[in-house]
Design a protein around this ligand. Sequence first.
Ligand code: HEC
Ligand code: HEC
Ligand code: HEC
Ligand code: HEC
Ligand code: HEC
Length: 240
Amino acid sequence: MAQIFPKWWNQTPALALVGTLVGGGVVTFALYWWGSPWHTDVGYKPTQPIEYSHKLHAGDMQIDCRYCHAYVERGPHGGVPPTQTCMNCHAQVKKDSPKLEALRESWKTGKSVEWVRIHKTPDFAYFNHSAHMGVGVGENRAAVGCETCHGRIDTMEVVKQTQPLSMAWCLDCHSDPAPNLRPVEQLTAMGWKGDLAWNEKATKIAATLNPPGSLSAAAKRGPNGELLTYATAGCSGCHR
Ligand code: HEC
Ligand code: HEC
Ligand code: HEC
Ligand code: HEC
Ligand code: HEC
């Protein structure tokens, strides 16, 4: 009689077991990785309604970030530019390009282009751009550059998220901001690096700062001189 099941079938239970172990491992790892603070949405890169390129506009053409993200120094949100900002050029430049059809449509109808939001912290966590654009007072002014939190935007055809935006990520910098500070004039510069003199200055500036959740010198003691930790030094700075 011909065999109904091929020979390898006998090994199926063993294979299934190996499969379960490997599969289980993969699932466990996946849960660990997706849940870990260093994963959250990094690489997220949705398709936009217009193929707008930061590499072309902010990189090659060197248009300053603030020309389009005009509110970044003044409020919580950088915001995306209104159609008018694009039309300042595209009423003339490439005005018949099919790639700008959605832009012209928005201009005609007055309805904003529906850009897909990429970076987003949950509503229960408070983030404010302006608080990072100029920190410290007087002599001790500095900024956290766009590049530090958003990467080399000037090289991206399509914007993608490069940092996790998780609580661990926020606290990591808040506990040791010095290496992430730069002169305010360099806020939007890409590829900027501090020299030795700046690094020394940044360490001094950092000692005057007190970001929520930090373990910096300024945050270590409470009003009665008691030692503050992470937990007491300002959950409410970000969870209001
Ligand atoms: C000519 C206008 C323009 C300039 C200049 C510009 N951007 Fe943008 N930016 C946009 C538009 C439009 C979007 C929304 C579409 C997209 O994501 O590409 C955007 C999106 C972004 C986003 C993602 C927003 C989100 O949804 O999370 C970041 C971050 C960003 N820009 C940073 C920068 C930085 C940093 C610079 C300077 C190096 C810069 N941009 C220069 C127009 C501009
Ligand atoms: C300061 C002027 C200026 C501004 C502001 C500007 N652009 Fe441009 N844009 C240009 C130039 C110049 C080109 C390249 C033209 C070429 O390739 O010769 C271009 C090219 C483009 C292209 C490619 C068009 C094609 O046919 O290849 C798109 C899409 C585009 N821009 C979208 C936008 C959007 C969306 C905005 C607003 C967020 C914007 N631009 C703001 C000057 C500008
Ligand atoms: C300290 C980190 C940090 C710095 C520095 C920073 N960003 Fe952001 N950015 C974020 C976070 C976090 C979000 C998400 C905010 C939210 O959900 O409210 C974001 C969101 C954005 C968005 C999406 C829309 C919005 O406004 O929420 C744009 C555009 C943007 N950033 C542009 C910029 C530009 C331009 C600069 C430099 C001038 C900059 N960012 C500097 C952390 C930063
Ligand atoms: C790369 C460094 C860096 C990162 C990343 C960062 N911050 Fe900050 N943050 C700072 C510095 C520096 C200050 C200024 C502290 C000061 O002025 O004393 C600050 C200040 C703040 C403040 C105080 C604002 C105020 O009005 O008092 C809040 C709130 C805040 N950050 C929230 C966040 C949140 C939420 C995240 C993560 C989504 C984040 N930050 C990520 C460096 C950073
Ligand atoms: C520097 C700002 C900052 C401080 C200070 C801070 N948090 Fe958060 N927290 C965040 C952000 C941003 C998120 C959202 C993270 C995400 O989307 O993955 C968050 C998320 C959380 C969550 C939701 C679970 C999670 O991990 O996503 C809890 C619970 C929480 N925080 C508790 C606390 C407590 C308790 C403290 C004080 C010890 C604290 N936070 C201090 C920024 C902060």
